[in-house]
Design a protein around this ligand. Structure first.
Ligand code: GDP
Length: 555
């Protein structure tokens, strides 16, 4: 898989002579997120990874089945009960690779959850600013699905390398080559399988490790366990043993592998790190097949935390004094708790609980007495943390996504981009007597990045338009309006589905168009909301000089 004898110290992105304590810790870290469409198996895979890393002893312990698929109201109830949603999880665990390099590969894995079901929102995208790598999880029967594609675009834009995992190989689905073709054709990233499955989808026997020229190196045969609740035993076989054992299935796997090599689909570390190719693994998260290989691939190939450019254009290295970026703020729904947690990803230096850090945006000191790591229901206090780690700061009221914290050496990282909204609603206070609180609340939620707030002269300040990536964000706004600001509000969805960046010159003509409305966002960006893509195409054809630029996630 890789030629380095020690993937932790000899990783291509780390310099071998960097021996500081922080550098050693950073090198061990792999911080990643799983990007997938609902139902592809993200929760099941998370459990399987935790099982393989011995965080849990049996699958089913992390996500209670009943609690997982929650409706909007359940979600609110969960928020009420605990002041934190299950979506705000960052799982950290130690993992010792059981591969060839076992002796030296003691890693700390940070799995940052991407909220992605009913609560798909800007947070889902923001999480991707906190990771160094993404695992793109694909259902073998469904292939690439819309939410996966959206998240892929953000990863691509940010230059985050992607490891592809084709899941549910135990169920009938598409063929290996069909799935790989879809990836290269639809997203333009060349898939380079590290293994090919033995047995078609629906008859998952094991995986063949690909060597030079696609030649088989080893056969890893899996054995089912009851309900897939425990680690599936593996037996390792030579290619000749495999040919005996699996007969035609083995021959097919070898042929597929050689064909892939003939087409140049072999792993290359440089092109993977550049986001041009993606190593592919085949797995069944449910049966725990191929899960160890996912962890080993993360250890061996995913980049450890590296330098990050500050707004002054200079990169900060992991050895610089402590600095971190807030990428998500989670506010509790419970008035009694008023729990508000800001999640930061450490960029440089060592974090110690209780240390006083400076909030770059206000210049104010901030005490980190209540620092926690969190996974599912469990919170635990964290004493120290290193680059790549995610720490939750409790009741950090001034912090918003994109904010920087530092000690000693002042630094500010670029703001997190706002993402293209697709859902729009006008918000009104139920009673005009509460107008002052209403305005204050809107400003607060806007500054926290809960939704984007758009205004124009025609609608006026009393009925701003909220723009969201996921409709759940509107529910969050009205719930927080009631519980935190005692303002009853109602929102009415608007019939727009697209936002395009525009400018003053184009605004007047656009406002005259049917199915279009022009707004200014709080950050000053002018947005034209358009009813649908056909209307957009029509306007672009009729008025080719008007500015209507897609809103991509610009970092
Ligand atoms: P998520 O929505 O991406 O978190 O998906 P879940 O982990 O909740 O899985 C969705 C459904 O697919 C559940 O019924 C899982 O049991 C099932 N599932 C997940 N992984 C696999 C797999 O590898 N094989 C099979 N057969 N089913 C799976």
């Amino acid at each position: 898989m890789t030629e380095s004898s020690n993937p932790v110290s000899d990783h291509p992105l780390t310099s071998g002579d960097d021996r500081s304590g922080v550098a050693i810790q950073a090198r061990k870290r792999r911080t990643f997120a799983v990007i997938s469409h609902p139902d592809a198996g993200k929760s099941t895979l998370t459990e399987a990874l935790a099982l393989h890393a011995h965080v849990i002893s049996e699958a089913g312990a992390v996500h209670g089945k009943s609690g997982r698929k929650s409706t909007v109201s359940d979600w609110m109830e969960m928020e009420k009960a605990r002041g934190i949603s299950v979506s705000s999880t960052a799982l950290q665990f130690n993992y010792r690779s059981s591969g060839d390099n076992a002796a030296a590969t003691d890693c700390v894995i940070n799995l940052v959850d991407t909220p992605g079901h009913a609560d798909f929102s800007e947070d889902t995208y923001r999480v991707l600013t906190a990771v160094d790598c993404a695992v793109m999880l694909i259902d073998a029967a469904k292939g690439l699905e819309p939410q996966t594609l959206k998240l892929f675009q953000v990863c691509k834009h940010r230059g985050i390398p992607i490891i592809t995992v084709i899941n549910k190989w135990d169920r009938p689905g598409r063929s290996v080559l069909e799935l790989l073709d879809e990836i290269s054709e639809r997203i333009g990233m060349m898939p380079t399988p590290l293994y090919v499955p033995v047995g078609i989808s629906g008859d998952f026997k094991g995986i063949m490790r690909r060597g030079e020229g696609g030649e088989p190196e080893e056969y890893i045969k899996f054995t089912r366990t009851a309900g897939g609740a425990t680690i599936a035993p593996e037996s390792l076989h030579s290619p000749s043993e495999a040919a005996e054992l699996e007969d035609d299935d083995w021959v097919t796997a070898v042929e597929e592998s050689q064909l892939l090599s003939a087409m140049g689909q072999d792993h290359n570390t440089d092109s993977f790190l550049a986001g041009e190719t993606s190593p592919v693994l085949f797995a069944s998260a449910m049966l725990n097949f191929g899960v160890r290989q996912i962890l080993d691939t993360l250890v061996e190939l995913a980049p450890p935390p590296g330098p990050r450019a500050a707004v002054d254009g200079k990169p900060r290295t992991i050895n610089d004094p402590f600095s971190a970026v807030v990428f998500k703020v989670q506010a509790g729904m419970d008035t009694a708790h008023r729990d508000r947690i800001a999640f930061m990803r450490i960029v440089s230096g060592e974090f110690e609980r209780g240390m006083v850090v400076t909030h770059a945006q206000t210049g104010r000191p901030f005490t980190t007495k209540y620092a926690q790591t969190m996974f599912g229901r469990d919170r635990s206090t964290v004493e120290s943390a290193y680059p790549g780690d995610v720490v939750g700061l409790v009741n950090a009221t001034a912090l918003a996504p994109g904010h920087t914290l530092f000690t000693d050496k002042p630094v500010e990282y670029p703001p997190i981009p706002s993402f293209a909204p697709e859902h729009f609603a006008v918000l009104r206070a139920a009673s005009s007597s509460k107008y002052k609180q209403f305005r204050k609340a809107i400003d607060q939620l806007d500054s926290e990045g809960v939704v984007q707030v758009l205004r124009n002269d025609i609608r006026g300040d009393a009925s701003p338009v909220l723009a969201a990536v996921g409709p759940m964000q509107f529910e969050v706004v009205t719930a927080r309006m009631t519980t935190e600001f005692s303002v009853e509000t109602q929102f009415d969805r608007l019939p727009y589905t697209l936002a395009r960046r525009t400018d003053m010159e184009s605004a007047a003509e656009l406002s005259r168009q049917r199915g279009v409305e022009v707004f200014t966002r709080t950050d000053g960006v002018m947005l034209a909301l358009v009813s649908d893509k056909w209307r957009l195409q029509f306007i672009q054809k009729e008025h080719p000089t008007l500015t209507l630029e897609p809103l991509v996630a610009t970092a």
